[in-house]
Write a protein that binds this ligand. Sequence first.
Ligand code: MN
Length: 226
Amino acid sequence: MGLEQYHQKRSFQVTPEPQGKVTKKGPGKGHKYVVQKHDASHLHYDFRLEWAGVLLSWAIPKGPSLDPSVKRLAMQTEDHPIEYASFEGTIPEGQYGAGTVELWDRGTWEPEVPDVDAALRKGDLKFTLHGNRLKGSWVLVRTRGLGGNQNRSAWLLIKHRDEYASTKDVTTDPRSVSSARTLAGISKIAKAKRSQGERAGAAKKTVRAKRAQPAARAKVRGRSIS
Ligand code: MN
């Protein structure tokens, strides 16, 4: 576990995503849980659980289901920094994961097993979610030989039967739990910010260019009496 892969895949001069670092904290505090709806080359839901100083991450193409008879494919991806749990915005074109990220659900989670690391190694993690949209008991179970391969990154996310189980489609509400914006709204704001930044950058360049001319500099000095 670590953030090497996460850091290798991104250039933090370009992407607004947090660089972050492994953040260990004392025992007894709640573990963060977050789902980010990600409109990348294929729309998916990034399911993240805080563990051992990072966010363990799975990409769920169809999103979670509240129906215990439905198993949703969850591909484990690189660990993310804990700071990522509050990220919402647009990853620019040409960057890893380019596209808009919406905070679709957040809260805390608790393991239903005594040894989380052993459960992860075994590929059978039972846990309880305390989110805005996802609650109650769930399991992530690693699948073997899916499609004939031995890919250890393929897991299934399944809802356990409890009072939060339902046949209602939980993915129909399109709004962020943080900003109440839709993917389109988040993307529009990110675009506006970027062009504002570009305009400010251009204005600074013009000022620098003017200051670089000795005559202009003399004029500025002559006038600056205050
Ligand atoms: Mn993603």
